[in-house]
Design a protein around this ligand. Sequence first.
Ligand code: PLP
Length: 408
Amino acid sequence: MLSNEDILRLRTDFPILEEKIYGKPLIYFDNGATTQKPVQVLSKIEYAYKHLNANIHRGVHYLSQKATEAHEEARSTVADFLGAAQREEVIFTRGTTEAINLVAFSYGEAFCTEGDEIVVSVLEHHSNIVPWQMLCERKGLVLRVIPMNERGELDLEAYASLLNGRTRLVSVAHVSNVLGTVNPVGEMIRMAHDKGIKVLIDGAQAVPHIPVDVQQLDADFYVFSAHKIYGPTGIGILYGKQELLNAMPPCQGGGEMIDKVSFEKTTYNVLPFKFEAGTPDYIGSTALAEALRYVSAIGLDAIAGYEQALTEYATEQLMQIDRMRIIGTAREKSAVLSFLVGDIHPYDLGMLLDKMGIAVRTGHHCAQPLIDSLHIPGTVRASFSFYNTRDEVDLFIKALQRIVPMLS
Ligand code: PLP
C-alpha cells in the first residue's frame, strides 16, 4: 500500500501539480480524460529529440539505428507490460480510437459478411460504438447492445443470449469512463470463446489503474492510449493475437508497411509493420515506454489499492452532501466518480469548481447512449490518480458545500 509520504514524494515528479489556477492550487480530478506527465517522461521526450532523433528503420547511419533500437525496445516494453506472447503482436497507433478503428476496418474486411453481428455494451465510449456502426453500414452487419442493471453492471444473462452463430466480435470496455464499472472481462471473454467468438477489450480506462495480462485474460485484441497512463499524447497501442493480425489486411497504405512495390502488384510487410504505414511516432513510443516503466516501478497493485481507498473515501464524503446522487454504484469500481446534485446542471457545478482551481469533467463524456439510457443531462465526473490525496478530496467537498447552495 502506498503511504501518504509515498504519494507526496510521487507528486513532486509532476511539475504541473505546482500550478496555481486563478491563484488557487490546482486540484486535478480529470485523469480519466488525460493524466499529467512525470519529469521522467518529459525528460525522455527532450532526451530523444536531443540525442536520438532520426527517422527509423532502413537507415544505415548511427542515429537512425539508435532511434530504431529505442522504438523497437519500446515495443518490447509494451509487450512485457501487457504480458503479450510476442512483441510483434504490439502495433503502435495514434491511440485507443485509432486502434479500434483499425480492427473495425481490417477485422471487418477479413471476417465479416452481411447479416453478421457485432456486440458492444450500453456503457461504451463513442470510440467503441461509432467504428462498429460504420462497419455495420459498410458491410450490412447488425450491432447488438448488452444492457446493464441500475448499478451500472453489465447484464451477463442478456449478454449470453446475444451470442449466437452470427456474432463475429464482442467489443467492450474493461472499465467504464463514466460509471467506473470494472466489467468482468475475463468471464465475458470465456463466454464468447465458448462459442468461437473473438473479443476486443477497450482498456483505455483500465491500464492506468489495474494490472492487465492479455494472455491471462485471453483477449483477442486489447487497446489503450498512452496519454491516459502518464505518457504522451498521439500514441497508443493495439495488441492483437498474432494469428488474427496475420489474417487481417492492412488498413493504411504507405511506407514501411510494404514488402515490395510495383505498379503491377504490391506485397505487404510482416507484423507489426503491416499495420504501421508512414513514419511512426518513435519519440512518443520511447516516452510511452518510460511511462510504463514509471508506473511499473510504483506497482499497479499498489496504485490500485491506493486509488480504491481514495475513491471509497471520496464516495463517503460526497454522500454527505444534500441531494447527492452517485451515478454508477457497481460492486467492482475503478477510480471514477460520476455524480449529480439535485437538479443542478453538471456544467454549472463544473464551472464553479473550476473557479476554485478544481478540474473535473462535465457532460456526456463521449458516451451519449449511456447518458440517454439513464435519462440524465450528463454528470460531473471526478476521476482520480495515485497523485491525488485525501486533502484534495476534502477541499473538493468543501468547495461543493459552498457551491451547491449557490446553485440551488
Ligand atoms: N475508450 C474509453 C473507455 C475512453 O475513456 C476513451 C477516452 O476517454 C477512449 C476510448 C478514447 O481514447 P482516445 O481519445 O485516447 O483515443
